[in-house]
Each structure stands twice: as structure tokens, then as C-alpha cells.
Design a protein around this ligand. Sequence first.
Ligand code: AMP
Ligand code: MG
Length: 403
Amino acid sequence: MTSYEEARRTILDRVAPAGVERVLLLDAVGRVIAENFNAPKDMPRWDNSAMDGFAVRSADCSPGATLKVTDYIPAGVSSDDVVSSGCAARIMTGAPIPPGADAVVPLEETEQGEGSVKLLHRVKKQDHIRFRGEDVACGEPVVAKGTVLGPPQVSLLASFAAVLVPVYRRVRVAILSTGDELVELGTEPKESEIVNSNTLALAAAVKLCGAEPVILGIARDNRASHLALLSEGLKADVLITSAGVSAGDRDLVREVLAELGVVEQFWKIAMKPGGPTAFGLKQGVPVFSLPGNPVSTMITFDEFVRPALLKMMGHEKALRRTVRGYLKEDVRKKPGKLNFLRVHVVVEDGRFLASTSGDQNTGILKTMLRCNALVLLPADRAEFRAGEEVDMHILDQTLEMEA
Ligand code: AMP
Ligand code: MG
């Protein structure tokens, strides 16, 4: 049996970024930029006014002075007319500073007359001017390779007129559920049938990673059905299967994958839930065979598949952060395996406090609803006391920000 740490290491060692493509700026949102972006120009590109007001020569500007208004410069217009001694140019925010001027006087610090303006306060050289290159200098590194692109990066790239940006490719993730008891959503399950909810849970999780789910449907518990659909799945960048990976008579996934040339890297992890998980590779395509129990499926996805997908899409931080927190109640488990305890965490005084989110039986799906973190209960122990410090994986990023 493989340890949890070994399983994660094996997976992350075997996957690599899937490739780079140039996409329209908005299609790059949430994705990882694949090259450093250095400013191709100064930003701003010219000295410009930070206020609506008057461009002046500061030497002329004692309080109470009256200047003749000789020019009008709205945003989007530049003027070559020199502001000469005793004169001012009406100027709007963002418009280039005209030659001769070395300061801007905000409108609210003036009294406007007919063709003239009276200054109410002192004016210093450089007042209210945004200087060329003061935001970003030409050549400055602004967005580093590996950055996830959000509104600030998009804004900056757009302001430098970057139409297409190089980002890591989104991976296509084939999802195959297996089992004779399954019907697709939309078909009323007869007695002894259940809806194929795992495909939907996996597709949802794949989407939240920023990858593209490819839904293959249901493989029935026979070799022909498995062969057809698994070979279809191997055409994607990643293949995930649900169920049929335990030791049951009809658990065919591993056998058929092997037949299709998938080289198994491990099967069975010393953890609960998620023990029967298998991982294999075929020519660089990672294949995750997850247990069918919906709770196990979701937890193993989060612990093993999600980091792999993120790494394949260029993310430098593929793993969820492990934080130290505290148990709010006593917990017992069987010794022998690492347990992932579904908990509801609150943050109090900057500390993560975890209560179980309900019945920890893997058949209890409801417990996932309130679960915003997983506590890692070490294999060798059986009893944990309220107040004990434990490691946990935070599933909800807003919670992480609260601490
Ligand atoms: P198995 O690994 O095939 O023994 O399945 C374990 C449990 O998960 C069984 O109770 C299955 O009915 C259930 N299960 C398997 N596949 C799915 C699925 N796609 N959606 C929901 N539950 C499933
Ligand atoms: Mg089954």
C-alpha cells in the first residue's frame, strides 16, 4: 500500500505543464501567464495632468496672481502651444502637460474669470503632474511568468495594448463513471438504480480548477463497455474514472486500463476515505481511478487530481495550504490509516477551530455540504482530544483569508 505522501509525490513528479497558447486577454482570466511580461513602454507615456484645472508655470504663481487663459486641452488631445509667462492652459485629467508648464492648479483652488483665472493658493513646481514612466518604466518586469491573471494584471496588460497573451493551455479532462446501477441525470432511477452524480461532481470540480471536463458517460460492468469508453478517454489530456476500482468481481477498471497500455504507478493508498485509488500513465496521459463512493470521489479528487491539473496548467501553487488548527471536540478513529476528517472550520482570534461536519461514514454525502476543511488525522493514532493541534487542508479560500 502506498502512503498518502508517496502517492502525491508520485503524481506530481509524473505530470508537467501541458503547453502554451496565445489567447485573447479576456480568455486568459484565471489562467497562468507562461512568459514574463516586461513593460514595452513607459506608463504613463507622457507627463500628464492628475487633475482638472490649469497648467501653469509655477514661477508665475504667487497666491492671488491672475493668469491669462490661452489654451484648452481636454483629455485625448495634446497641445504644442507653449504656456508662456503670465499665462495658463485649461487642462483636463489625463491630458498631456503642454510645453512651458511645470505644474497643474486644481480647478477648486482657483476663481475663474473671463479669459483669466485667479490663483487662491501657493503652487509648487510639479504639483498635480503624473510623470512619464512613474507608474511603470519601460523594460520593468510587471507580470511574472507563473502569475494567475486577474483584473489588475488584465488592466495592466490591456493598458500596454497586449491583445494576445501566452498562457498555459487548459487541460481536457475525460470523466468516466462505471457501474451497472447508474442512470444519467434526467432519467428516473428505478429501484436499485442511482443517478450518476459522480460525473457531475467531478465535472464541477474540474471546472473550478479551470480545466475543461469531457463527459464520457457510463461504462457498464463488462469488458466491452469499459474498453470502448476507456480508450476514448485516453484521447484527452487526463482521464478520471469513478468506481470499479476496488476488489469486487465486477471491478474492471484497472484490468482494462492495463490492457489498453496504461502503466499503473500505484493502487491503494493508506488513507480513509479514498483507499482504493489507483494512478497510472499512458504516454504522458495521467489516469486517475477514483473510488465510486461520492465522498471518496470528491476527497480523492481534491487531494490528488486537483494538484495535478493545476500543475499541468502552469500553477506554481498546486497544493492547498496545510495549516495548523485545533479540534473543538474529541475524535476517535481506527489506527492504521491516515484519516481525512470532514470538518467545519471557523476562525476565532486568527485560529482555525474545527468541528466535525457530521457523520464521518463515507456513505454520508451530506457531511460534505458543511465541510470547508479536511483535518488530517495521523495513521498511528486512534484518539484525539478537544483542543489538540492538528494539520488541515482548507478548502474554502475565503476562510483562509480570514485567518
Ligand atoms: P464501487 O466502487 O463500484 O463499489 O462503488 C462504490 C459505491 O459508490 C457504490 O455504492 C456505488 O453505487 C456508488 N457509486 C458508484 N459510482 C457512482 C456514481 N457515478 N455516482 C454516484 N454514486 C456512485
Ligand atoms: Mg461498481
